[in-house]
Design a protein around this ligand. Structure first.
Ligand code: IMP
Length: 209
């Protein structure tokens, strides 16, 4: 059973970069968005072992605390040659100080240690799992993915690992793109670019139209 989203929505994240992108992607849909931070909601522990499990943990916690529908994103960068790391541990690799320069340097060092120097050896993808949970327990989940390669960090836009990720078929890293370019939402409704915008396209088909 599908259900349409109306009225007010909690965006269940405390990550400023994600919150900005999620608000932008929600903006055309006329849904009033309030963030978990604005409501003073606590951050639950992410104990799941998949992106979807962690997105559900965050959305369920926010929906039951706020008594409103809640949307959570769990996302990360998976590097093929590193067996998918950092994956669901992407935020944790940056530590409490959110040192993404350090986390990107670790990825580069681990690729160098494996002798991974060609683009073919440096394949990676971003995943965004979105969970939308209503206070009565109704749930919708979607997942978006974008493939690319790991490069030396370039650009200061975006957040997290954006400067290190060059999406396939593009000349600019996510860190060099404006957020509109990174979303890459075509006017004709064809496929978006970023993992998060692709997941939003699926969510839109399920609950926003
Ligand atoms: P979590 O979903 O809150 O556990 O954290 C996901 C982490 O993955 C973020 O803190 C970023 O480090 C990384 N990440 C997820 N999506 C993106 C993105 O669009 N650009 C860059 N880094 C991202």
């Amino acid at each position: 059973m599908t259900r349409k989203l109306e009225g007010k929505l909690v965006i269940a994240t405390h990550n400023a970069g994600k919150l900005r992108e999620m608000r932008e992607l929600m903006a055309p849909h006329g849904v009033e968005c309030v963030s978990a931070g604005e409501l003073g909601l606590p951050e639950p522990e992410e104990t799941g072992d998949t992106f979807i499990a962690n997105a559900l943990i965050k959305a369920r916690a926010a929906a039951s605390a706020a008594r409103l529908p809640a949307l959570a994103d769990d996302s990360g960068l998976c590097v093929e040659a590193l067996d998918g790391a950092p994956g669901i541990y992407s935020a944790r690799w940056a530590g409490d100080s959110k040192d993404f320069a350090g986390a990107m340097a670790r990825i580069e060092a681990e690729l160098q240690a494996l002798g991974a120097t060609t683009p073919e050896q440096r394949g990676a993808h971003f995943i965004s799992a979105l969970a939308l949970v209503w206070p009565d327990g109704h749930e919708t989940v979607v997942e978006g993915r974008v493939d690319g390669v790991i490069v030396l960090p370039r650009g200061e836009k975006g957040f997290g690992y954006d400067p290190q990720f060059l999406p396939d078929g593009h000349a600019l890293t996510f860190g060099e793109m404006t957020s509109e370019e990174k979303h890459g939402l075509p006017a004709d409704g064809s496929r978006a670019l970023s993992h998060r915008a692709r997941a939003f396209q699926d969510l839109e088909r399920l609950v926003l139209r």
